[in-house]
Design a protein around this ligand. Structure first.
Ligand code: 6PG
Length: 254
């Protein structure tokens, strides 16, 4: 990814990174609300967003216009919503259950249907209906980065990387447990206004370097396929994850 177009922000630690992301989140939400518009967000799964979610439930709770804010998920494990592996459970326990957001503003996928492919179709339908009257896609899509370079539940070499016009697909046999998931596709992600990657820890050093510095190869590094048609990509990283980046990509410490 050419360095000159890269928006890479490096923070000393995950806490300060999460505070900065929460501040940007709140500012965008307020801006949208001041225009009488919804603020639509696709939440990421995994452990990295936990600190951000806690920030939203505490220091930023009173600042975010929750009635204007709507949450979907960029991916979800195909497990019951109260399952320990559920991304929805993580978000509810760490912030959604602790902020005054109308329940109808939380758009979680169904993960109990006998046929998960049907759940993927229904979730895509819900997204398309949500965006049928306004923006083409999410204001914010939050994504993590796996140590193998996966994003959402789009894994290197997976056929889901060539999902055509689908916005949401079912993944069976995920290399990262649990095996069954629903995930947004690159087509769905690339309709966003802003994609925000949250990447922390030394374990992500190699994947971050390859995702930022490698020759474009979306099948090997799905992050290379994140190129919003009319949007931006911001990488929020801590010093540990960014330690492997070459000088040209090292970003400006924040
Ligand atoms: C998931 C996630 C996945 C995650 C990365 C990073 O449902 O597993 O969406 O893409 O973001 O694997 O996970 P950590 O934040 O736990 O390192």
């Amino acid at each position: 990814m050419p360095a000159q177009r890269l928006d890479l922000r490096v923070f000393p630690d995950p806490k300060r990174l999460s505070q900065a992301v929460a501040a940007a989140f709140s500012a965008t939400a307020c801006e949208k609300a001041s225009l009488g518009k919804r603020f639509s967000v696709a939440l990421t799964g995994g452990r990295t967003p936990r600190l951000l979610y806690q920030e939203l439930a505490t220091d930023f709770r009173a600042q975010v216009p929750w009635t204007h804010t709507h949450f979907f998920w960029s991916d979800e494990r195909y497990v019951p919503p109260n399952h320990p592996d559920s991304n929805q459970r993580l978000a509810r326990e760490s912030f959604l259950d602790h902020v005054p957001i109308p329940p109808e503003n939380i758009h979680a996928p169904l993960t109990h249907l006998e046929y998960p492919e049907e759940a993927a179709v229904l979730y895509e339908k819900a997204m398309k209906e949500f965006f049928s009257t306004g923006e083409p896609g999410f204001d914010w899509v939050l994504l993590g980065l796996g140590e193998d370079g996966h994003i959402a539940s789009l894994f290197p070499g997976s056929p889901t990387l060539d999902a055509g016009g689908r916005w949401v697909v079912f993944v069976d046999g995920s290399p990262k447990p649990p095996p069954q998931r629903l995930t947004m596709t690159l087509a769905g992600i690339n309709r966003a206004a802003c994609v925000h990657f949250l990447v922390t820890g030394t374990g992500k050093k190699d994947a971050l370097r390859a995702s930022l510095e490698g020759a474009p190869d979306p099948r090997r590094f799905p992050a290379h396929g994140v190129r919003p048609e009319n949007g931006t990509v911001t990488w929020w990283t801590d010093a540990s994850a960014a330690a492997g980046l070459s000088e040209a990509f090292a970003g400006t410490p924040s």
